[in-house]
Design a protein around this ligand. Structure first.
Ligand code: C5P
Length: 222
């Protein structure tokens, strides 16, 4: 039996940073489920597939080999053996990923892959539907939030730190709000706090404080 920790929440809440720190502390593997939706989106865009063409997208996701790797605290993702870890963070993928993630057949395929990975190793998995759908029996479930303003500030800072000074703050904030709206209102597995998830508002907390909170909760449950 493996142990799973689910971390869900809206865009830019810091899920992946916290999930990686937690995975390191617990000596678990880490899966960024959003990266899988991004990988399908990138491949669809590269192949010029019309994002309304469900049949073509379904064929794409069924034939695409997505591999993930988590080593030395670094998460990597591959599509048909090509590493695409950085490419999936492009503006174009950002703009289209939530559209792709609404499609049932794509979700069904990716959820199956995510469950398969969780069966093999102790895992921290982050996303939007991990606690509600992918791993409803996860031992621990967290729902990480922050105000939209704070999430936009953090995203904007990330962009500046990467030296990609190509967007202004308002654009970053609008993009986060747009994605949250689609993710929360879609028909299949919308972004939602699982009933048994513990919500942590990180607006006024730094990464270390969030991690300490989570570790405290996990220790109490042991
Ligand atoms: O986590 P990240 O922001 O990279 O996710 C990108 C997008 O992938 C989300 O905005 C959402 O549309 C989709 N996603 C999802 N279910 C997940 C993870 C991500 O629908 N479990």
């Amino acid at each position: 039996m493996t142990t799973s920790i689910a971390i869900d929440g809206p865009a830019g809440a810091g899920k992946s940073t916290i999930a990686k720190m937690l995975a390191e502390k617990m000596n678990f593997t880490y899966l960024d489920s959003g990266a899988m939706y991004r990988a399908v989106t990138l491949c669809a865009l590269n192949k010029d597939i019309d994002l309304n063409n469900i049949e073509k997208l379904s064929e794409l996701v069924k034939n695409l080999e997505i591999d993930v790797e988590y080593k030395n605290n670094e998460f990597k993702i591959y599509a048909d053996n090509n590493e695409i870890t950085n490419k999936i963070r492009s503006d174009k993928v950002d703009k289209n990923v939530s559209t792709i993630a609404q499609i049932k057949i794509i979700r069904d395929e990716l959820v199956e892959k995510q469950r398969e990975i969780a069966r093999q190793k102790n895992i921290v998995m982050d996303g939007r539907d991990i606690g509600t759908r992918v791993l409803p029996n996860a031992e621990y479930k967290f729902y990480i939030t922050a105000t939209v303003h704070e999430r936009a500030v953090r995203r904007y800072q990330d962009i500046i730190n990467r030296g990609e000074n190509n967007k202004d703050f308002q654009e970053v904030k609008d993009e986060i709000e747009r994605r949250d709206k689609i993710d929360s209102n879609r028909k299949y597995s919308p972004l939602k706090k699982a009933e048994d998830a513990i919500e942590i508002d990180t607006t006024n907390l730094n990464k270390k404080e969030v991690l300490t909170k989570i570790l405290h909760i996990i220790k109490k449950g042991e």
